[in-house]
Design a protein around this ligand. Structure first.
Ligand code: GLU
Length: 416
């Protein structure tokens, strides 16, 4: 993957904050190192009778501020290295938003195209059967991520309940019927839309003249597109694994959204809305105000960053910009709204689901969305204050706020 090395990205992102905070080198190591890394073998019998083994991972990066928290990813790229980088990001994301959580990430290395529902259920439940002693409502709380959603979370909840009894707060992103919170599916996209509006306003853009391109039209990208369209912006291009679709006048996002919803495998280019097909290369070269990478890691790297024609980037995915590309954008004064801020809407809703489960209460959707909006406003205020005072990028400011909080918790809790 070009210049993308997950561990290098982590180290580079932390460096400026470590320097400013003047942290002891051992403390730096503690903050960089996962507290626990779990790898399990998950052999299952497929529908056709054949046996296949899968590898499951859970990296528990840090729990100084609360139980480990983060998604479970089902994708062929899942390995320890990637889970480590993504778990690390969760620690800073929850700390930045002052949520009572730490950070974790995990998943199963698999290609969902080759698994049916029956096999996915066995795989998911066997995964939890292997790791259940190491997760729990106040230990580690999984959630959806790429390739997983409320169906998988319901299976996790059930597998855990077989061992420990009814305990809905062990997992977030569950279906409403099983203690999920209304709005969790939309929450990450909703948050990306708030982040984009706040950043656009801070940089003097008029939302009604804002042109946006979105890479990835999955759960996060499609919801962000819908909300930004409703706010008045023009989404001029979106892409998926097969390429992009473009309309300089703005795509008909509500129709595209409705066409794509029933079928997760639908391609944007099969849509009936007015569009012109473009390749991935053409997509990244489009002139746009805001580019929102909403797919996987390292979408913007040293080989395509110079060809971008954008005024701002909002990171809806986790680590979509490599640290080399990030340095290039810094030099060009192109603001990057970092992942640990922009995509935190999901974990904000997860917090309401988890705390509501503890109280046997379910928050209504409008309250969930209001909570996310307030959390984004407060956090953005903090980031911009620090960024202005210290003359540093939004990413460096976000890390500074987050690391300071986690380091403080470490010292307060002590070393004995
Ligand atoms: N997977 C999501 C993320 O990367 C959500 C995590 C959660 O809700 O715990 O932020």
């Amino acid at each position: 993957m070009f210049d993308y090395d997950p561990s290098k990205c982590q180290d580079e992102f932390l460096k400026p904050a470590f320097k400013k905070l003047n942290l002891d080198s051992e403390v730096q190591e503690i903050l960089q190192t996962p507290q626990r890394e779990i790898k399990v073998e998950i052999p299952i019998r497929l529908h056709n009778g054949k046996i296949r083994r899968f590898e499951g991972f859970r990296v528990q990066h840090n729990d100084f501020c609360g139980p480990f928290k983060g998604g479970m990813r089902y994708h062929p790229s899942v390995d320890m290295k990637h889970c480590r980088a993504l778990a690390f990001l969760m620690t800073w994301k929850t700390a930045l938003f002052h949520l009572p959580f730490g950070g974790a990430k995990g998943g199963i290395c698999c290609d969902l195209k080759h698994l049916n529902t029956y096999e996915k259920e066995i795989l998911s439940k066997n995964f939890i059967n292997k790791i259940f002693p190491l997760i729990g409502p106040d230990i580690d709380i999984p959630a959806p991520d790429v390739g997983t959603g409320e169906t998988e979370m319901a299976w996790y909840f059930d597998a855990y309940a077989k061992h420990n009894g009814y305990m809905p707060s062990v997992v977030t992103g569950k279906p409403l019927n099983l203690g999920g919170v209304d709005g969790r599916t939309e929450a990450t996209g909703r948050g990306v839309h708030f982040a984009t509006l706040l950043a656009a306003k801070a940089h003097g853009f008029d939302i009604n003249n804002l042109k946006i391109t979105i890479q990835g039209f999955g759960n996060v990208g499609s919801h962000a597109a819908l909300y930004l369209h409703q706010a008045g912006a023009q989404i001029i291009a979106v892409s998926d694994a097969d390429g992009g679709i473009y309309n300089p006048e703005g795509l008909d996002i509500p129709t595209l959204f409705n066409e794509m919803q029933p079928n997760k495998d639908a391609k944007v280019n099969d849509s009936n809305i007015k569009h012109e097909y473009i390749s991935h290369e053409e997509f990244f070269e489009l002139k746009t105000d805001v580019l929102i990478p909403a797919a996987l890691e390292a979408a913007i790297h040293s080989e395509n960053v110079e060809r971008l024609n954008v005024k701002m980037i909002v990171e809806a995915a986790n680590i979509p910009v490599t640290n080399n590309a990030d340095n290039y954008l810094k030099d060009k004064n192109i603001p990057v709204i970092p992942d640990i801020f922009a995509n935190a809407g999901g974990v904000c809703a997860s917090y309401l689901e988890w705390s509501g489960n503890h109280q046997r209460y379910s928050w209504p959707k409008d309250k969930v969305f209001n909570f996310i909006e307030d959390a984004f406003k407060d956090t953005w205020r903090k980031i911009t204050e620090v960024s202005e005072a210290e003359q540093i990028s939004y990413r460096d400011a976000s890390y500074l706020v987050a690391i300071e909080r986690v380091a403080k918790a470490l010292y307060q809790r002590g070393f004995y």
